[in-house]
Design a protein around this ligand. Structure first.
Ligand code: DX5
Ligand code: ZN
Length: 221
């Protein structure tokens, strides 16, 4: 699996089709879709119709990151629209195990997201049921923020616990990821890298994807 999951939040929407074409011709398999409801975070982004439109032209799998107060209502809608992976925040005051079960009942991969200030230990009881944990490396709501360095140690802590228990839950990181921090995140145990701004700031996406990929593949665990 290609470990780079481009986020399209920070794309100039007039360029979206050419960006997606560049991703498709450079081996990208998953697009990370940031869903914001204006309540859970102070921003509004994509509805389910964005997935339908994207799927009508491209073969990407969709990794939907729900930053919403009511994941129990949104999960079925975004899966019906075409998401293969769905994650929701541990900060939502909901029955997390039931939401994971809901995602799995539709045949999708389930993830849970932790904000940078959430104790990593909170996710430990849920790990056997999860396909992935998303550790936020910025506070959610906006693209283009500065990477929070403490994330590297948080990845290491989570990875150590996953390995100790012999689980196969993957670790995804999201926010401010670039060619400098990606290899350190990989070395600490990260498997999947959500990247937005760093890709769009470059005028050669192909080259940037290759540089990050080489950095990730070259990092020792
Ligand atoms: C932030 C989003 C991220 C963000 C990542 O709330 O979850 O996916 O778009 O993009 P960059 O790489 O711009 O931080
Ligand atoms: Zn995200």
């Amino acid at each position: 699996m290609n470990p780079i999951f481009p986020s399209i939040l920070s794309t100039n929407f007039f360029d979206l089709e050419s960006r997606l074409s560049a991703f498709a011709s450079n081996g990208i398999e998953y697009i990370h879709l940031d869903v914001m409801d204006g309540h859970f975070v102070d921003n509004i982004s994509f509805g389910p119709s964005a997935i339908k439109a994207l799927k009508s032209k491209f073969d990407f799998k969709i990794d939907t990151h729900l930053m919403v107060d009511n994941p129990e209502k949104m999960i079925p809608k975004y899966i019906e629209a075409g998401s293969e992976w769905v994650s929701f925040h541990i900060e939502t005051q909901k029955d997390h195990a039931a939401l994971i079960q809901m995602i799995h009942s539709h045949g999708c991969q389930a993830g849970i997201v932790l904000n940078p200030d959430a104790d990593v230990e909170r996710v430990f009881p849920l790990l056997p049921d999860l396909d992935y944990v998303l550790l936020m490396s910025v506070f959610p709501g906006y693209g283009g923020q500065k990477f929070i360095e403490a994330t590297v140690d948080r990845v290491g802590l989570l990875k150590g616990h996953i390995d100790e228990r012999g689980l196969d839950c993957m670790i995804q990181v999201d926010g401010g990821v670039n060619a400098d921090n990606a290899p350190r995140l990989k070395a600490a145990g990260a498997d999947l890298f959500v990247i937005g701004t760093f890709l769009y700031n470059s005028n050669d996406i192909e080259n940037t994807i290759n540089i990050v990929l080489n950095q990730i593949n070259g990092a020792k665990r």
